[in-house]
Design a protein around this ligand. Structure first.
Ligand SMILES: Nc1nc2c(ncn2[C@@H]2O[C@H](COP(=O)(O)OP(=O)(O)OP(=O)(O)O)[C@@H](O)[C@H]2O)c(=O)[nH]1
Ligand SMILES: [Mg+2]
Length: 282
């Protein structure tokens, strides 16, 4: 067993400037992870994005960590091995700490988040002035497939409970890409499952964009979502509400809903020549 150790992919990959890091927390995802990494690689190559996948595995009994190591010999994958199951949010934060990429993406390993969407989220950051792009089930074009009614209701209620914390419609989405600059000097609380909400509530961004996608239920492995995660979410909500009351933070703006038609045109033409553009061409 390895604990807290990280490995790198092929030496050649280290030479390229990595624009995007995809952080992927895993616990017992042996069947899904190879498919995910292959699909992610194909779509990143097609989009021309220099990237690395950072798999953070918690010593999965099904051997996910070793499978990830095997894939790291042929794909731009780094693996962080942690000694024991320590939670999704802390896994993501540990993964973020390993990369120096300019864009940081987060996604589940169970293929509920289509790997091809990562390029679209990245594209959304390049083509708007948003600093945060969220994969969203709750904007037109988004949705869920094969998800049990009970989980849908829990998800909708949970999203409703975030209304005072963020204008993002899918605030419980764990699928997003954010600019590193929006996370600098931001302390994120490694609590529970909802690292996306933590980022939405605390990161330094003033414009976000929600990109619709269809969430599909996992086909392999088992859910790690349970009562403990619900309790952690309620605690997280209480902390975030309390902090919002204590410290006013401006409400971010949706890039898709500009303040006026004029400002929209101005922001589009500005963004095409802004330092934010051209990220994918590096
Ligand atoms: N490293 C690490 N990863 C975790 C942990 N808990 C969950 N994950 C991973 O986090 C992602 C989300 O977990 P899921 O079990 O899919 O949770 P969910 O999406 O709410 O539930 P289902 O899709 O119904 O299974 C998956 O990639 C898991 O393998 C953990 O304690 N440590
Ligand atoms: Mg899942």
């Amino acid at each position: 067993m390895r604990s807290g150790t990280a490995s790198r992919g092929r030496p050649a990959d280290r030479l390229a400037k990595i624009v995007l890091a995809g952080i992927i927390p895993t616990f017992n995802e042996a069947d899904s992870l190879p498919v995910l990494l292959e699909r992610l690689h194909a779509s990143m190559q097609q989009a021309g994005v220099s990237y690395e996948a950072v798999v953070v595995d918690d010593n999965s009994p099904d051997g996910t960590g070793d499978i990830a190591e095997g894939l790291a010999s042929k794909l731009p994958v780094r693996v962080l091995h942690r000694a024991q199951k320590a939670g999704l949010a802390s896994a993501v934060l540990d993964g973020m700490g390993l990369t120096s990429a300019e864009l940081i993406g987060v996604m589940d390993a169970d293929l509920s988040h289509p790997p091809e969407m990562v390029a679209r989220l990245t594209d959304a950051l390049e083509n708007t002035s948003a600093q945060l792009a969220v994969g969203s089930r709750y904007v037109p074009g988004g949705g869920m497939e094969d998800w049990p009614l009970r989980r849908r209701i829990v998800s909708m209620v949970a999203n409703w409970m975030t209304r005072l914390l963020t204008p993002v419609h899918d605030a419980t989405s764990g699928f997003f890409v954010i600019r590193r600059s929006a996370l600098e000097d931001v302390t994120l609380n490694p609590i529970g499952f909802k690292i996306g909400l933590e980022v939405m509530a605390r990161a330094n961004y003033d414009i976000y964009i929600e990109v619709p996608y269809i969430f599909t239920d996992r086909k392999h492995g088992h859910s790690k979502f349970g009562r403990r995660e619900v309790a952690a979410f309620l605690k997280q909500l209480a902390i975030l509400h309390w902090e919002r009351i204590r410290r006013h933070k401006p409400w971010p703006r949706d890039a898709a809903q500009p303040r006026s038609a004029e400002s929209s045109a101005a922001s589009l033409s500005a963004s095409s020549g802004s330092p934010n553009s051209g990220v994918l061409r590096r």
